[in-house]
Every structure is written in C-alpha cells, then in structure tokens.
Design a protein. Structure first.
Length: 293
C-alpha cells in the first residue's frame, strides 16, 4: 500500500479540483456511510481540504455525522463546507443550484452526498425537468456541463455508486453511465460486503451463468459492469463492520476516525472497529489513487 506522502504526491496542485457525487437512485443502500468513509479518509488521514455538501435535508446524514458542533455538541446552524458540512435541498427549486455553483471553488475536492432520485433534481437544474412518459430524459445538458468543465481543465468530475444484490442498484449505475460517460467522468462502484459475500451474490452486476464446467458461460446481468470497465471505471469491495458495532457507531454519531478510542464502545468493539477502519482506509487509498491517475 502506498504511504500517505506518496498518495499526496500523486495529487499535483496543478490538477483541476475533483468534483464528486455520491449517487444512487435507490435509498437505504449506504451512500452516506461510504461517503463518510471517503471524506474522513481524505480529511483525517491525508489532510486534504474537502468542501462537503449534504443535499438530502430529509435525512441530513452527512451533516449529522461530520457537521461542525459547538462546545456542547450541538450542530452549528452556520456550517463551513471546508471544515463541516453545508446542507441544502437538491429537490428545492431555490436551492438545487448549489450543486453546480459549488464547482466554482478552489478546494482540492468538492463532494455531494445526494438522496435517491437525484437524477430528477439534476435534470431540473440544466434540462428544465423535461420528461418522456414517466422517465426523465437523458441528462444531456448536465452531462455537457460536467464534460465541458473537465475538458477546459476546470474540474475533474466523478460519481460514486453502491452495488448490492438488488437489480435497481445496477440500473442506477447504468443510468449514470448513460448520462455521464467515462473516461472524462470517472465512476467508482463500491460493493458492500455487508450484503454480498462474493460475485455469486450479485447476479445483476456480475451476471448469471448457465451450464457446467467448460460449458459454463455468462448469459445475463453483466452488461452494466462491462460498460463500467470499458469506460475505465473502478470497483472496490468494502468490508462490513459487525452490525452490533455499526449500530453503536450510528447511535452515538461516532466518527470513524474516533472509533478506536471512543468510550461508548467496548474493548472488543474498538478492536473490531479499528480493524474495519484500517481495511476501509486501504480501500479508500485505492480509490484516491484511481481518481488521480
């Protein structure tokens, strides 16, 4: 594994800022959990300034965990995106422009944690929310904005996705790849080991097979993964924190970087949490390297 110094050296000051979106059309898949891990790794381990935005005011998960607090532990009403979390409602006509406007800053990384059905909200920023039947049209205008800024050397856009055994998580990735194709826009797919032990648990992502032995072949459910690979995307299996420990971390709003010493966790909890965080940081180091290659 590369050292922190090597990882920082791989990110030249001359490179355009990264602009990232944690994205899934399906709710409850762990977007905020994995987004937190990525941001904490950059801020706490690498010392990189991240402008962090929580676009899901209904859940406000990112704000709850990483927002700046006062001396009594209360979340501050006024948040600096570079040290805490700036929250806004991407579904609100008056606030959704925060998404694109946030691209115009000089911090190394800007990152948005978004709610389910974000494609609808994004379409209304640049495509006026045009629909065909019940489906939102391809986000041609928004895609053009991200690609044009990348080609002009203003930003390096990327999407992060979560895959689990359900087919709608795969379909969510496909929608994003169709609207924001690589390699100009980079795509990272996290596979959650909490819900999938190996490829066989992911029939809609890794595919389903027919036949035995030399006659065994893929017959369906793999085209989106191949599309990601052809566009130069990146896949990463993320370890699962034991449910008992995860429940306590969520209940007490414990930052991942604080788990190894937090008094609300038992000795066993802290040991398991520390092992999980160490392995997860290795995963995030690979993601960071990919984004900067």
């Amino acid at each position: 594994m590369a050292t922190n110094t090597e990882l920082l050296d791989s990110t030249s000051i001359s490179k355009p800022p990264l602009f990232g979106i944690m994205f899934s059309d399906k709710g409850g898949v762990g977007k905020t959990w994995f987004g937190r891990a990525f941001v904490e790794y950059l801020r706490e381990e690498l010392g990189i300034v991240v402008s962090l935005y929580d676009a899901d005011v209904g859940a406000a998960g990112m704000l709850t965990y990483l927002g700046s607090r006062d001396e009594n532990g209360k979340i501050l009403d006024e948040q600096d995106a570079t040290t805490g979390v700036f929250d806004y409602d991407i579904t609100d006509d008056r606030e959704r422009y925060t998404f694109l406007d946030s691209m115009d800053n000089d911090t190394p990384v800007t990152f948005h944690d978004t709610p389910a059905n974000t494609l609808v909200a994004l379409s209304r920023i640049a495509d006026n929310g045009e629909k065909e039947g019940r489906e939102v049209k391809k986000l041609a205008t928004m895609g053009e904005v991200l690609v044009s800024r990348a080609e002009a050397g203003l930003n390096r856009p990327f999407f992060m996705h979560i895959i689990n055994p359900e087919d709608n998580t795969t379909r969510s990735v496909r929608k994003a790849l169709d609207s924001f194709p690589g390699p100009t826009v980079k795509h990272v797919v996290f596979i959650n080991k909490k819900e999938a032990r190996d490829n066989d648990d992911l029939p809609f992502w890794h595919g389903e097979y027919e036949g035995q032995g030399k006659d065994r072949k893929l017959v369906s459910g793999y085209k989106t993964r191949l599309m990601l690979e052809e566009m130069g995307g990146y896949q990463a299996w993320v370890p699962a924190l034991p449910p008992r420990v995860a429940a306590k971390v969520n209940r007490w709003k414990i930052r991942f970087s604080d788990m190894a010493t937090h008094p609300k966790l038992s000795v066993t909890d802290r040991a398991q949490a520390n092992a999980w965080w160490r392995e997860t940081k290795t995963v995030m180091a690979g993601v960071w390297k990919y984004l900067n290659d």
